[in-house]
Write a protein that binds this ligand. Structure first.
Ligand SMILES: Cc1ncc(COP(=O)(O)O)c(C=O)c1O
Length: 367
């Protein structure tokens, strides 16, 4: 499958070719009704929600590279982590399983919604080896124990950091940045003044900023923080971009280091609200607006907050801001858990059963 990153850095492809998980390029579309409602702001969306027909969003782009690396290195299992509703954990289980790897996910509690239950049910159906970890502060030790146990058992596990945000995973979004640059060049959309995207583990925003800099595309990336600073210190996305650039430089692309020195990456701290996974009134309103005006499905943890930041900017500055593009990172297609039979969650270890009842969970739009 054609890769704009391998065109730029052919030596990378000799050791590592991304798995064909992404239907590239994903579409870029105008948000016409929303723009008109906001008095002429020029708003666009990048449809990564359709990046893969089985499970889209931002995860297939990272996993295409991460899984290629695991397979190339003869790893037999993956150990990763996230919250109980993590889309990254579901995508890793789905695509990792298809690549013939066992998948273990260490999961921490978060506010329960229908979407969270759905993702846990996906693990029940996919056979992910899930373990409940009390809090994010316990993850480093738990990951270390899990990796040691599996290494001693001869499994050759690979550690996939939360959100898939290692330098190898971030390559997927450098590639995505090059993809948008080619779309701008080809006249598919105007050059955005800013790309607005949710910022969780940081690889999506960092990779995009590096990709734009490499392509010479003057675009500001606004990473909308959806996790507390203690999980993602502000310096981390920049470090990730530099580490990814260093990886590319080792494969014969020294210009990546110069590109990393001129990143245009800003963090928007105002949308987080009470914390990770808590729906804010602004996110709820943005979810409703984009559904009504544009037929897009967002969720309250990531894309609802990113859309709230987009609306806020467009409302405050109007057309003067120039075109703004929302990078849609949430899969349009639900995971297998959406269709799980009642009681499927009973296949999960007993400590997870408390997240399933009694009564319905709040809907995925936070209501
Ligand atoms: C739907 C969705 N959007 C955005 C993000 C954030 O991406 P990143 O972790 O690369 O910052 C995530 C991460 O899990 C996600 O699941």
């Amino acid at each position: 499958m054609h890769s704009p990153l391998l065109d730029l850095c052919p030596r990378l492809g000799r050791g590592l070719r991304p798995l064909p998980l992404v239907e590239r390029p994903t579409a870029v579309q105008p948000l016409a009704r929303l723009s008109a409602r906001l008095g002429g702001a020029d708003l666009w969306v990048k449809r990564d929600d359709r990046s893969n027909p089985d499970y889209g969003g931002n995860k297939p782009r990272k996993l295409a590279w991460l899984l290629a690396r695991a397979v190339a290195r003869g790893r037999r299992s993956l150990v990763t982590a996230g919250a109980i509703g993590s889309h990254h954990a579901v995508a890793t289980a789905l695509f990792g399983g298809r690549a013939g790897l066992r998948v273990c996910a260490l999961l921490t509690p978060q506010p329960v919604t229908a979407g969270v239950r759905e993702n846990l049910a996906s693990h029940a159906l996919l056979g992910t080896e899930v373990r409940l970890v009390p809090g994010t502060g316990d993850l480093p030790a738990a990951l270390g124990r899990e990796m040691l146990r599996r290494t001693l058992a001869g499994e050759r596990p690979m550690l996939v950091p939360p959100g898939g945000s290692s330098p190898a995973g971030t390559l997927g979004f450098v590639e995505a940045g090059l993809e948008l640059a080619a779309q701008v060049e080809g006249g598919v959309c105007p050059r955005p003044a800013a790309v607005v995207v949710a910022l969780g583990s940081g690889g999506t925003a960092a990779g995009l900023a590096l990709g734009f800099a490499l392509a010479g595309l003057e675009v500001r990336v606004v990473g909308v923080r959806v996790v507390p600073r203690s999980w993602l210190p502000p310096v981390l996305p920049r470090w990730l971009a530099h580490a990814t650039a260093a990886l590319l430089a080792r494969y014969g692309l020294p210009s990546a280091l110069r590109a990393a020195a001129r990143l245009r990456l800003e963090i928007d701290d105002v949308q987080l609200g009470p914390g990770y996974g808590y729906a804010t009134p602004a996110a709820r309103a943005a979810i409703e607006r984009l559904r009504e005006d544009e037929g897009l499905e967002l969720e309250p943890t990531y894309t609802g907050k990113a859309a709230a930041a987009l609306l806020d900017r467009a409302t405050r500055a109007g057309p003067r801001t120039g075109p703004l593009l929302l990078w849609h990172t949430f899969s349009e297609r639900p995971g297998p858990g959406r269709d799980a039979a009642p009681g499927a969650h009973l296949r999960l270890p007993p400590e997870f059963h408390r997240f399933f009842g009694p009564g319905p969970a709040p809907r995925n739009d936070g209501r």
